[in-house]
Design a protein around this ligand. Structure first.
Ligand code: 5GP
Length: 141
């Protein structure tokens, strides 16, 4: 499948669809998932035109992973988490629904179960509050 420039994340990158932005650099962009599996669930996406882990360059993939490594501690701290999970799907059969490469950072709290993938839209005010906390935690880092 060829990369679709009109996928939702490409539109978010171009500023055509709003998002709760957490951070960006020259290569990657991070924002909250609107159907979080847990509070603070963040998506880290490449700025390159890449669908999945097989068609992104090794260099751009390394940038995304460095961003995950940079962001995860602040995300976990912001939601008083105990750990975090990284998820990444390749192809519809694997559960990918948006065909622009992204990593999920899903904070985990001891004993708290996860919601199912992409099933529960979160209240926008709650997302805004969590995003603010994460940005504050990043600023302290
Ligand atoms: P995938 O299944 O492709 O790995 O995950 C796509 C993710 O994007 C899902 O977790 C879903 O909740 C999230 N998502 C879908 N549409 C939007 C949107 O318009 N904005 C944001 N912020 N997240 C979205």
């Amino acid at each position: 499948m060829a990369y679709d420039d009109n996928n939702i994340f490409a539109k978010i990158l171009r500023g055509e669809i709003p998002c709760h932005k957490i951070w960006e650099d020259a290569h990657s962009f991070a924002f909250l998932d609107i159907m979080p599996r847990s509070p603070g669930h963040t998506l880290v996406i490449t700025k390159a035109r890449a669908e999945n882990i097989l068609d992104i360059s090794e260099e751009d993939l390394a940038h995304v992973m460095a961003a995950v490594r940079h962001l995860a501690p602040a995300i976990v701290r912001a939601v008083d988490g105990d750990g975090f999970m990284i998820q990444q799907f390749n192809g519809a059969a694997a559960g990918q629904t948006v065909f622009h490469l992204h990593m999920h950072i899903v904070p985990r709290i001891e004993g708290v179960p996860l919601r199912h993938h992409a099933t529960h839209p979160e209240d926008d005010a709650k997302l805004a509050a969590v995003a603010e906390k994460i940005r504050a935690a990043l600023a302290e880092q």
